[in-house]
Design a protein around this ligand. Structure first.
Ligand code: FVH
Length: 295
C-alpha cells in the first residue's frame, strides 16, 4: 500500500483553537498537512510543527485529497469555500465547523451540486482532548467520503459514523451539547449552594464528580422508558416524591440567597405531571411536555 494511500494529504482551513489541534494531530499521525487561516499568523505554530503554509484558500484546497474545514460557523464555511468549488470537485470535504442540521444539509446539497464528496462532523471534545482516547467525533453524509478519510479522521478521535443523512451528526452534536449545558448549569448551582456553607469548589468537586458519574447511568433506563412509552415501569423514584423534594431544593436555594433560576423550570414540569395524574410514574414523562413528536 502506498504512502499516499496510508497517509493521504490533508488540508486544514481554519486554525482557531480547534483547527490548530486538528492539524497538530494529523501531523502527529504522519499526514502531509497544508494549512490556511484568514489571519495568517495563527498558522505559525503548526507550520513550525511541519505543516505547509498555503498562500490562500485555493492553494490549500488544491493541496489536500481531504479538505477539513474548522471555521466559526456555517456562513464562514461559505465565505471561505464558495470561490473554490472548481478546485474542490472530486475531493473529500469534511466540515467539522459547528452547524445546525439544516445548515449541514444545505452544505451537502451545495457540495453535491459541485461534485464534492461531503462529510459533516460534530466534534465531541475540547481542543486538548483531540488525538486522545477521550475525543470522539460524530460524522454523517457520504459513506465514500468517510471511507477515504477514515484513517486521517481516526487521528483526531474515535470515528462514529451515523449514516448518510448529512444533518444527523449536527443533530446529535446539538443534543449532546444540550445535555452538557443542562448539567453544567446544575454544577454551577451546586457550587453556589455549597459555597453558602463555607465549602470551596475545589473541596466539593470530587464528590460532585462521583455523583455525576453515577447519574450518567440514568440515560439507558430512561431511554427504555421513552422508547416503550412506559413511564410507570420499574419506578424507583415516583414523580410525587420527586416534585416535593425538588420544591425543597428551590426553597433551600432561596433561603441561602442562591437564585434557583436554573432549577425552577424543571420543578414546574414535575408538578404538572403530578397535577395531571402521573404522580405514580417516573419523571421521564416530562418529555411529553417538551416535544410534540414521538419519533
Ligand atoms: N473549541 C471548542 O471547545 C469547540 C469544541 C467543539 C467544536 N467547536 C467548533 O469548532 C469550530 C472552531 O472552533 P474554535 O474553537 O477553533 O474557534 P476559534 O478559535 O474562534 O476559531 C474560529 C476560526 O474561524 C475563522 N473564521 C471566522 N470567520 C471567518 C470568515 N468569515 N472567513 C474565514 N475564516 C473565518 C477564524 O479565522 P481568524 O479569525 O483567525 O482569521 C478562526 O480560524 C467552531 O464551529 C466551534 O463551534 C469548538
Amino acid at each position: 500500500m502506498s504512502e499516499q494511500h496510508l497517509h493521504p494529504p490533508v488540508s486544514v482551513l481554519g486554525l482557531g483553537t480547534m483547527g490548530t489541534a486538528l492539524a497538530t494531530a494529523l501531523l502527529g499521525a504522519g499526514h502531509p498537512v497544508t494549512v490556511w487561516n484568514r489571519t495568517q499568523t495563527k498558522a505559525d505554530p503548526v507550520v513550525a510543527g511541519g505543516a505547509a503554509r498555503a498562500a490562500d484558500a485555493a492553494e490549500a484546497v488544491r493541496a489536500g485529497e481531504i479538505v477539513l474545514t474548522c471555521l466559526l460557523d456555517h456562513t464562514s464555511v461559505h465565505d471561505v469555500l464558495d470561490a473554490h468549488t472548481g478546485a474542490l470537485a472530486g475531493r473529500v470535504l469534511v466540515n467539522v465547523t459547528n452547524t445546525m442540521p439544516e445548515e449541514s444539509a444545505e452544505l451537502a446539497a451545495w457540495a453535491a451540486g459541485h461534485g464534492i464528496d461531503f462529510l459533516d462532523g460534530g466534534i465531541m471534545a475540547v481542543p486538548p482532548q483531540i488525538g486522545t482516547h477521550e475525543a470522539f467525533v460524530l460524522y454523517s453524509g457520504s459513506r465514500r467520503a468517510l471511507d477515504t478519510a477514515r484513517t486521517a479522521l481516526a487521528a483526531l478521535g474515535d470515528v462514529r459514523y451515523l449514516g448518510t443523512d448529512p444533518g444527523m451528526a449536527a443533530l446529535q452534536d446539538m443534543a449532546l451539547l444540550s445535555a452538557m449545558y443542562g448539567m453544567y448549569g446544575g454544577i454551577l448551582h451546586a457550587f453556589a449552594l455549597v459555597r453558602t456553607g463555607g465549602v470551596s469548589a475545589r473541596e466539593f468537586a470530587p464528590v460532585l464528580a462521583r455523583w455525576l458519574g453515577g447519574a450518567s447511568g440514568l440515560a439507558v433506563p430512561t431511554a427504555e422508558q421513552i422508547d416503550d412509552a412506559d413511564y410507570a415501569r420499574d419506578v424507583t423514584s415516583n414523580v410525587t416524591m420527586q416534585a416535593a423534594a425538588y420544591d425543597g431544593l428551590c426553597d433551600l436555594a432561596r433561603a441561602r440567597g442562591v437564585d434557583p433560576l436554573l432549577l425552577e423550570p424543571f420543578g414546574g414540569l414535575l408538578r404538572r405531571r403530578v397535577t395531571e395524574g402521573h404522580g405514580h410514574e417516573d419523571a421521564t414523562g416530562v418529555i411529553d411536555y417538551l416535544t410534540t413528536t414521538t419519533s
